[in-house]
Design a protein around this ligand. Sequence first.
Ligand code: UDP
Ligand code: MG
Length: 329
Amino acid sequence: DWNEHMSDALYDLTLVVPCYNEADNIPLFYKTATECFEQADVSIEIVLVNDGSQDGTAQLLRRVVESARGKHAVQAIDFSRNFGKESALYAGMQAARGNNICLIDADLQQTPEDALRMYKLLADKPEYDIVAACQVERKESIVLKLFKHSFYKTFNGICTDIEIPANVSDFRVFRHTVADALLSLPEGQRFSKGLFAWVGFKTLEVPYEPDARANGESKWSVKSLFHYAANGILGFTTWPLKVAVWIGLVASLGGFVYLLWIFEYALRGTDVPGFPTLACLILLFGGLQLTVLGVIGEYLSRSYIEGKHRPLYIAKEHLTNEESGEGER
Ligand code: UDP
Ligand code: MG
């Protein structure tokens, strides 16, 4: 029975839930999740990570941990500031003690029922290590759709050693071995779609339709999506650096051909009217050089930040509701 599962500190499944200003959603999420898995007789642990919320999520999590004592295994990790969803997922996976792990949002766009279904699929299919939910149709603007489509096209086109399937979300259930593999990647600038592709393992994709957010607004803006996409490409391929070499080679070749073309004029020393051409060329190549320098700068700044070896997050508090106090920091 449920309480017996509780005593051996190992669970069938750990739900890792990143929470950023989700105070309005957490109680409902908690209720739905615990009821759903209890009915199915799957022992779960819930790891709620407060990613520096400003809306009282921290206090709420403390209450949830307290009230779940003796009933459900709940951990709450309270970040000292907002470190981003990727860091929250990392902290949650580190704390997870289930045989399987599910990454699920707090806003109920991804339902615990679907998580249960995915868990069962994984349990039934030992040949797979990951079950990933794949968004069939998302109600979003055509611009956003186009942007996402071109991102996957670009990424998979230039990053040939791994492939990110389009529309696969972070909503996944996977075995603990996969979590260990992900945790063993030390990089601070994390792009989990890419990391999942990089660690490999056999992935089963299941279609799902995200529900509307229960409460509040999505934290994604166009700007943050753009940063996210750039981060993904810069983090997984150095291909843009090579573009510089090709542009340089083509430009030099063009210059050489042009030189042959104007050689006669150069010898005779005639005034050659050609300021527009010159001005255009200077602007064009000046711009290209700055762009390429910028790209190099992006990589340099990344290795600079990475070289500091800063932790992925700072936790103020790590609460568990077990008597042993294991995991307390
Ligand atoms: N989230 C987080 N830190 C952030 C932004 C988001 O932990 O800086 C969490 C958020 O609370 C939610 C999940 O990540 O549980 C997904 O965020 P959101 O719903 O805003 O994204 P969307 O569903 O629109 O992709
Ligand atoms: Mg959401």
